[in-house]
Design a protein around this ligand. Structure first.
Ligand SMILES: Cc1ncc(COP(=O)(O)O)c(C=O)c1O
Length: 356
């Protein structure tokens, strides 16, 4: 073999792989507030479907379109089943959309800071990447995203790691300005007030992404769905792996979505604990940004977020530190149970007492 030859395309050789949040092998005694997981168990009705699932069915190839899940998701969001794109988590949807819409000469734009997987997938597609700094208050830079007019624009709403949430009017305006596709990633929407699903129905260039990883407490199941009009769907489905969602996740996910009472109860608890944590941090002189998600972006007094991250970790409380512009003085803290929050606050108080 020619020694100059590599096995991979240039852009793959040059890029770095996505780095997920830390997942300790032993969770005993760990307060895990670093990956925006739901601290409550999945719906008992969903777990019953899992327990009672007829494993014999797994012998056969499944329905590639997981039609029963598609129908369930369609009912929840109020569209036809042909508007639903099933995904192996929403990161699978991001892959499908980027594969279909972006590439050399077809840029991807997104605000920064945001979910870093848009960047990773953009690099895989070898697409030009237009990173648009969020406003000073971390608001969505709609003017600059509109001016970028990329083939594909990703907006996480609420955004991660900031929690900032744009209004439906702002996103509607942006959808009207860009000539390309606007993918609105609603991973955290159930914790927010601005629900933009209606834009998928009204705007021909909008796809809205949902996941069962956060509010439904099913991050390990790997299930999400996109909502877009059938014309967009026809293009997006060409990039779907044939059997990307198996019948087991589809059945468990559909049961979780049907259990609206349990879902509402979890979401209400997490929203109340978000308010409580924001107030408790502010009392301890942290700066806390408004959040529509199941986490808070917050800066410790003095701004040494890395030291706070490490001191918390030494006390077995895991939060997220991002070594990137505008984030080095901040932490992202997922909302846990009241007990998790007490443990976090106790650790912070112990750290402060040690300093004085
Ligand atoms: C904004 C955003 N979108 C998508 C995802 C991916 O979620 P999943 O692939 O579990 O559906 C995450 C995960 O943290 C996220 O923060």
């Amino acid at each position: 073999m020619n020694s100059d030859m590599t096995f991979f395309r240039d852009n793959i050789e040059k890029m770095s792989a996505y780095v997920p949040g830390e997942q300790p092998a032993d969770l005993a005694g760990v307060v895990k507030l670093n990956q925006n997981e739901n601290p409550y168990p999945p719906s008992p009705k969903a777990l019953a479907v899992l327990r009672e699932y007829d494993g014999e069915q797994l012998r056969l190839y499944p329905d590639p379109m997981v039609s029963s899940f598609r129908r369930m998701a369609a009912e929840v969001v109020g569209v036809g089943a042909d508007w639903i794109l099933p995904g192996d988590g929403s990161d699978d949807l991001i892959i499908m959309i980027a594969r279909a819409a972006a590439g050399p000469g077809r840029p991807i734009a997104y605000p920064v800071p945001t979910f870093p997987f848009y960047f990773t997938q953009g690099q895989i597609e070898n697409a030009p990447l237009v990173e648009v700094p969020a406003g000073e208050d971390f608001s969505l830079p709609i003017d600059k995203l509109a001016a970028a007019d990329a083939a594909l624009t990703f907006v996480a709403n609420p955004n991660s790691p900031t929690g900032a949430t744009a209004t439906v009017e702002q996103l509607d305006w942006l959808a009207g300005k860009v000539s390309g596709l606007l993918a609105i990633d609603e991973a955290y929407v159930d914790f927010a007030d601005a629900v933009v699903m209606d834009l998928a129905r009204r705007r021909t260039n909008v796809i809205v992404l949902r996941t069962l990883s956060k509010s439904y407490s099913l991050a390990g199941l790997r299930l999400g769905f996109g909502v877009a009009n059938p014309t967009l769907m026809a293009g997006l489905l060409k990039t779907k792996a044939i059997y990307n969602v198996g019948p087991l996740p589809a059945a468990v996910g559909a049961a979780a979505m049907a259990d609206t009472a349990y879902h509402d109860q979890c979401v209400r608890a997490i929203r109340a604990q978000r308010t409580h944590l924001a107030e408790a941090l502010a009392k301890r002189r942290w700066t806390v940004w408004p959040s529509g998600a199941n986490f808070l972006m917050a800066a410790p007094p003095g701004g040494d977020a890395k030291a706070a991250f490490e001191a918390l970790k030494a006390r077995r409380v895991l939060v997220r530190y991002f070594n990137q512009d505008r984030m080095r003085d901040k932490l992202r803290i997922s909302i846990g149970t009241p007990q998790d929050i007490d443990a976090l606050l106790d650790a912070l108080d112990a750290m402060a007492a040690k300093r004085t």
